[in-house]
Ligand binder design. Structure first.
Ligand code: NAP
Length: 182
């Protein structure tokens, strides 16, 4: 009874942050934030790289694995009792979840690019939000495989996921979401 689901909002050119690793305001929309936050409220655990987090008032209450090479395998987070630091090179996902006390439920993967890419073979679903009026030339791609010849959708399809219907999150701002599933 375990499910792995990814969440990202990307620019028209498939980027999640600028070249300095900063997510610009042009990718931040209240409707997308509400969509993400309510999904994370339903998740059993959130997984993110050391530079990413969803923010919001409930972030500290969520069980979390913070992906980092600063430790060998699994270790306590110095500033968050609900989180563990996790190095996938030293401990399997199963071991990390066991250490966190998570047995079942949705595992929500929220980035950044390397973490999104690492889970590509494993996603049961990926919720890809798009901001139709934002481009971030030279920014960080949602997946390492995104480039001049591969959109995020191409990459998801390459890894066996299929798109559902496009839904408006904020029609006036051109923000949509498509849930990709196996
Ligand atoms: N638009 C969106 O939906 C979205 C989603 C997520 C993030 N973002 C934005 O993207 C930016 C962050 O990007 P980022 O590239 O810095 O990503 P990140 O994944 O948050 O952080 C990168 C760090 O995570 C650790 N890490 C990543 N892959 C690892 C692996 N395979 N094994 C062990 N450790 C690993 C490393 O930490 P150590 O240095 O500690 O080893 C690495 O320095 C932020 O601006 C964030 O807001 C946007």
């Amino acid at each position: 009874m375990r499910r792995i689901e990814g969440y990202a909002i990307v620019s028209t050119d498939g980027r999640i942050a600028d070249a300095n690793g900063v997510m610009p305001d042009s990718l931040r929309y209240d409707a997308d934030q509400r969509f993400l936050q309510s999904a994370l409220d339903r998740a059993a655990v959130v997984i993110n790289g050391r530079h990413s987090a969803e923010g919001g008032p409930r972030a500290a209450q969520r069980k979390r694995l913070i992906v980092t090479r600063q430790i060998a395998a699994v270790a306590a987070s110095p500033d968050n009792t609900n989180a563990l630091l996790w190095n996938p090179a030293g401990a399997t996902l199963e071991k990390a979840l066991e250490a966190l006390g998570v047995k079942e439920g949705t595992i929500a993967v929220i980035g950044g690019p390397e973490v999104f890419s690492m889970f590509l073979p494993l996603y049961d679903a990926f919720d890809l939000s798009r901001a139709a009026r934002t481009t971030i030339p030279g920014g960080l791609p949602v997946f390492a495989e995104v480039g001049p010849n591969a959109t995020p959708e191409d990459v998801l399809a390459r890894h066996g996921l299929k798109p559902g219907p496009r839904r408006d999150l904020d029609a006036s701002a051109g923000v949509t979401v498509v849930t990709w599933t196996r």
